[in-house]
Design a protein around this ligand. Sequence first.
Ligand code: GCW
Length: 699
Amino acid sequence: VEGIDMAIAGEDADEMWLRHSVMADRTKHQTFCVNVDATGEDAVSLRLRSEIVQWLGASLVSDPSRATVILRTLTDHDIAGRGLTFDGAAANEGWHIHIPTSGQPVIIESPSTRGLLYGFYAWLEGTPNAAEEKTVDVTSCPDQPIRMLDQWDQANGSVERGYAGESIFFGRWGSNVHSEFVSFPQRGEYDVFRGDVDRLVAYTRYCASIGLNAICLNNVNVRGYAIRFIQDPWLTRIAQIAHIFESFGLKVFLSVNFAAPRILSGLSTVDPCDPAVQQWWNEMVDHIYERIPGFGGFVVKADSEGEPGPYQYGRTHTDGANMFAHALAPHGGIVIWRAFVYNSHTDWRDRTAQADRARAAWENFHDLDGQFASNAILQVKFGPIDFQTSEPLNPLFFAMKHTNVIMEFEITAEYLGHQIDLNFPLPQWEHMASWPVEEGADAARALSRHALNPRLTGFAAVANVGMDWSWTGNPLAQANFFGYGLFCWNNHVPVSRVSLQWAQLTFPDCDDEHQHTIAHMLDQSNEIYAQYTAPLGVGFMVNRDGHYGPGPDDYEFSRWGTYHFADRDGIGVDRTQKTGTGYAGLYPEDQARQFEDPATTPDDVLLFFHHLPYSWQMKDGRTLLQRIYDDHFDGAARVDDVIRDWKSCASQIDERRREEVSRRLTAQQADAREWRDEICTFLYRFSGIADEHGRKISD
Ligand code: GCW
């Protein structure tokens, strides 16, 4: 079948949570039947068949009475007649699984072939769990209609903020492994595509197996050959990749450079209100859809960190976004416009509101609510700054009431320890998704309520994979990828359920006790990391050169605009309305009031909102400084416990993963101690206040 590749992951790549031997073993006595009469065969149903036959090596029959696992699509009539409920904006992608106690076949059903594929993997992965004594009947629909990955992969094979080797999509010139992918017919033009189809098929399978349905292939900073991905012959390669993703139910997007009409065709302007510019994009989009009829659309980062954008022409972000939306609309495409827009030329001497980077997204976008086209989506990072260990919810989630919005996360551990330090961020993500936004709706739920088109909201996250044998550098960081998918599907899925399920699938040779140990390591890791790094939401004490390890003053006098203001008396950023940047006032009244007063501000964002004296009394009676010292000593000590836990699993884990994780934990231990010592000394030097417990702090 054209476009359907039968490959499995290359021998060198780890199998993550889909270990072939385990999956094949689980299905070796099964006979499958796929019946899609209700919806018709499509690329996804063909893929489902090939997954059963080629990947699992199981048998497929056409007669359901001979099958032990029946997968079938449902008509509306079936659903109504059976009294099944598929809920929400993505009801179509949901599944119903029936597992009988014995004798009868397992039944996996969905209104769509994509839902069948998701149900198939969910069943393989043990969701839902087969109960021993009673039948299981579960219906499950995704909470978020868009469940997307953003690759920050670049045409030269590097990955911006990538910690797992080179891009799985693109390669340095000459590094491509497949000869048919080395040169184009055009002389002098380079094929930057890696062409490792096995790896792509395996990656796509992982994406689909956790319910993802969209991917943007290239970095939002669009440079070099990536600017030309929308043109032939590069577009032909994109189409080949899109083919694979589409067969697993994922829509493919590209990031585009706002200035492409000038760069590629020499237009004198890229003003989004100029008819010639609009025409250029219209034609470009028409051409893309000729090559990739199922193309998702564009992701655009404009007017931020040096990227071109509508401001340069005195236009607004809606002028920019709607130009793309208009070009894409006839094809059913969408534009995803990033709200991560800020002026990276702040003067540290400037203490006014305008220099407060936390206000930037809100300032740039709040008054554009209601003006975005119905096929445009604003993609907003969960916090107002930049994926720090602890931030409040971005206030734009309150301001945009008539706009399609995607909440953005970062799986790749840019500020969370580079996949060297163990950090499973699901608790933080859920905290953000659960933030109360209005009566009866948390941030996750409010997205669809406030959307112009409830199907055009969701989550997106920066991916964390690369060519490394383990995909994620640290084998345990695979859990972050897995967890992201489950979180998109169920925004309140219990953290410990995800970590345990992941550990069970990924370490099938471990006994139950040690699978729990691994899950426990993950569950606490996000908190531990937050303890030994920048304290209590102050953010950006990270090393400026790459964002790994401490650099308490690295940003203090830089142009990037996020500072902790530590001095001899105290630390923190005053973002109150009364005496600070006024940022606290961007929240609805009850929350604004809460954040205005340090006594009612939650500890994890205390120094985000307030500049407080070291002697400030915390809710538990400790002083602020003592709390910071304690957190740092405690966080670093807990890393020692994590190492002990991992060692306790040693005999049950294969050498490669055992050693790789051990090496990284040892590096984490050094990192945690360095953070502890630098932050404690940094504040001790200012304050002159010793640790109450007499622990050693260098002066
Ligand atoms: O946090 C910053 C990163 C940049 C990134 C940017 C963004 C892709 O340090 O590397 O650029 O966010 O989200 O656009």
